[in-house]
Write a protein that binds this ligand. Structure first.
Ligand code: UGA
Length: 426
């Protein structure tokens, strides 16, 4: 099938590369010409494991192309997937500017019968705005459908090839059939539903995950107060198949371009009368985790003024270079305000912070980072931090203090070695 994908962010590039792998003829379209020039050379402008190879394979097999011209690309496509960003406005509502701009730009060049699919995460009934926008500019008949995306950064290719479900939100039987054919070769259950349900269920999924994580954060704090252990509590809780163990890990906070934004936007969209503060509480609990991390720092080393603190991991989670809403930013800002000297390392995500925080000393690996430090804070659970040579770490540090912001390390072993350790819910 000939498909165009508008927007070459995470979702756009991954979707384009995967559909090309499955044998479709794919064009990735973006108005950012610099990004397009990079992609045409097989360079992905962000880090996602395995994606460079997949893009290069698609380009080599001529199944994948990138360009910035709507008039050249749109007339060739039978299906167009809108994958542009939907950032939050200042008041937390979703900004649909890019989605509607894409709709306006593609409308004049559509072939008759093209299916325009909204894949960006948007509030329910946005498809109607998209349809109206295109209809005001298109001269041929077209269809609008909704196929939300469920990929998780860091394992995006696997998630796209083998998702838990493929949701097809469409009213027209021909469109449903076409989208079912498009997704052949992709695993997962098929959920065929109305476009409104498709949009709502995507929001519901992210908001529910946010609820679940914030619930784990609350439980972790209660564990600390009442001498329980969060791992044991989650094991018992998650054994109930109605609950499940997933997304119940405590820590310094949830970040990324999706959960924090979607929770805020969903809350504003749904209205206070309906939600009764439920999602505002999730936001507040998330903010509280940074305060808790700072409290733990204070408990171990007292006032931060003049102290050297080593931060391991900066990305909002492991296996990505994404720093959007990353807890590391908040932590760095507050620790600098308190007068700490910061050393930091992340395997992928340092470049994005250097401009905002030039005062931080960026290091080349974990051992250089902990040199002379009064305390180390683990912010992101990268695998390479899991099995550190702790004797070496202790030798290098000035004082042996640890705040394990993701419960990655073994408390007992570290305490036996003479470290002072603070985790979350342990
Ligand atoms: C999230 C959803 O998990 C995906 O299903 C969805 O497709 C995606 O948003 C999207 O809308 O595009 P992602 O933002 O990649 O995916 O990240 P998650 O793995 O959900 O993690 C979000 C944040 O919560 C991270 O900062 C992570 O460290 C934190 N987290 C996650 C926890 O603190 N505890 C957990 O148990 C899980």
């Amino acid at each position: 099938m000939k498909i165009a994908i508008i927007g070459t962010g995470y979702v756009g590039v991954v979707t384009a590369a995967v559909f090309a792998k499955l044998g479709h003829q794919v064009w990735g379209l973006d108005i950012d010409e610099k990004k397009i020039a990079q992609l045409q050379q097989g360079q992905v402008p962000f880090f996602e494991p395995g994606l460079d190879d997949l893009v290069q394979e698609g380009l080599k097999r001529k199944k994948l192309q990138f360009g910035s011209s709507y008039p050249k690309i749109v007339p060739q496509a039978e299906v167009i997937l809108i994958c542009v960003g939907t950032p939050p406005k200042d008041d937390g509502e979703t900004d649909l500017t890019f989605v509607l701009e894409a709709a306006r730009s593609l409308a004049p060049y559509l072939q008759a019968g093209t299916v325009v699919v909204v894949k960006s995460t948007v509030p329910p009934n946005t498809h109607q705005q998209v349809r109206k926008t295109i209809a005001s500019l298109a001269s041929r008949p077209f269809f609008v459908a909704v196929c939300p995306e469920f990929l998780v950064e860091g394992k995006a290719i696997k998630d796209t090839l083998k998702p838990s479900r493929v949701v097809i939100g469409a009213d027209n039987p021909e469109v449903i059939e076409k989208l079912l054919v498009l997704h052949q070769g992709i695993g997962g259950k098929r959920i065929v539903c109305s476009p409104s349900s498709a949009q709502l269920l995507k929001y519901a999924a992210n908001v529910f995950l946010g609820l679940k994580i914030s619930f784990a954060y609350v439980m972790a704090e209660l564990c600390e107060r009442y001498g329980a252990d969060i791992d044991e509590v989650v094991a018992g809780l998650g054994a109930d198949p109605r609950i499940g163990e997933g997304h119940l890990r405590p820590g310094v906070g949830m970040g990324g371009s999706c959960l924090p934004k979607d929770i805020k936007s969903f809350d504003r969209w749904a209205g206070a009368e309906v939600t009764q503060g439920l999602f505002r509480a999730v936001e507040a609990i998330n903010e509280r985790q940074i305060e808790r991390a700072l409290q733990k720092v204070g408990d171990l080393i007292g006032p931060c003024q003049g102290k050297t603190i080593a931060l391991l991991g900066l990305a909002f989670k492991a296996n990505t270079d994404d720093l959007r809403e990353a807890p590391s930013r908040k932590l760095i800002r507050q620790l600098l305000e308190q007068g700490a000297k910061l050393r930091a390392y992340d395997p992928q995500a340092m470049e994005g912070l250097k401009k905002d925080f030039p005062e931080v000393r960026y290091c080349t690996g974990p051992y250089e980072t902990v040199e002379g430090a009064d305390l180390v804070v683990l912010v992101t659970e990268w695998n390479e931090f899991k099995n550190l040579d702790w004797k070496r770490v202790k030798r290098l540090m000035k004082e042996a203090n640890i705040v394990d912001g993701r419960n990655l390390w073994k408390r007992e072993m570290l305490e036996e070695m003479g470290f002072k350790y603070e985790g979350f819910g342990r």
